[in-house]
Design a protein around this ligand. Structure first.
Ligand SMILES: [Zn+2]
Length: 130
């Protein structure tokens, strides 16, 4: 069963995430790095979740990673797969696996970034096996 595109609600950017969504609209995935402790995090926050510093800066992600865990939502009107993807940068994202056979998704699969359009908002980052 191939994952079908489903209608996605528009994200609602806020001051912490506006740059993230602006970049998404240009097809770029941004992470945040804390310049105090050096850790990357996702989703983007103004305060580092590791050391609570407010010294964070944006950094583009390569858009590659591996599936850490996943779950197929078969009872949804349009079945889809949610997953934690560990990016090449080491950060995990809660995301969807798209454009792929839902029965063939495997933990450890290498994936790449794709942006999917939303209902009137910026596109959202999702992943497809390579
Ligand atoms: Zn920090």
């Amino acid at each position: 069963m191939i994952a079908q595109d489903r209608k996605l609600p528009a994200p609602e950017p806020n001051p912490e995430t506006q740059k993230f969504w602006d970049a998404a609209a240009r097809g770029q995935l941004l992470l945040k790095r804390c310049t105090a402790c050096g850790e990357l995090h996702y989703y983007p926050r103004a305060i580092c979740p590791f050391c609570f510093s407010d010294k964070t800066e944006w950094q583009p992600a390569a858009g590659t990673g591996k599936i850490y865990s996943y779950s197929v939502m078969r009872r949804a009107p349009t079945p889809y797969a949610i997953a934690y993807v560990t990016l090449s940068e080491g950060v995990s994202m809660l995301t969807n696996i798209v454009d792929f056979d839902l029965d063939k998704i495997r933990i450890g699969q290498e994936v790449r970034l794709v942006f999917k359009p939303t209902d009137g908002g910026p596109p959202v980052p999702m992943f497809t096996p390579v």
